[in-house]
Design a protein around this ligand. Structure first.
Ligand code: CO
Length: 134
């Protein structure tokens, strides 16, 4: 059911520093920052030949990545994003199989302007999963 790995997301407390590492040290193409107030993060995307890396930093007071960074001050891998054809069908299948979606389970608009939702890490080997409809 899941398709391509769309991106790997890395949380960082210092987005400017993370951009510098990817752009200057690693020589990668990095997008301009995008604030996503609804998701409580500011993101940039690093475009590699086979995949994107999402670098994200907290935005606002109740950022969902604040606790993550409190436990890992140096930052770290935050989620994997898999592409799906039909996000509602994918969610229903996962829930029927015993998995759980975060929040109310309704897709929201993600950083690419497409429907996304997140799945609970307890069901996926401790890894937060994002589904994106493409
Ligand atoms: Co993501």
């Amino acid at each position: 059911m899941i398709g391509k790995l769309n991106h790997v997301a890395i949380a960082t407390a210092d987005l400017a520093e993370a951009v510098k590492v990817y752009r200057e040290m690693l020589g990668a193409e990095v997008s301009a920052p995008l604030d996503l107030p609804r998701h409580g993060v500011t993101t940039v995307f690093v475009t590699l030949p086979n995949i994107k890396i999402e670098l994200m930093a907290p935005l606002g007071d109740n950022s969902p990545i604040a606790n993550f960074l409190a436990r890992r001050p140096a930052g770290g891998m935050h989620h994997l994003c898999f592409e799906v054809d039909d996000i509602t069908a994918a969610r229903d299948r996962i829930i029927a199989a015993g998995g759980s979606a975060l929040g109310d389970g309704k897709p929201t608009t993600g950083a690419h302007g497409k429907p996304v939702l997140f799945l609970h890490p307890k069901d996926f080997c401790g890894t937060l999963i994002e589904l994106e409809e493409v």
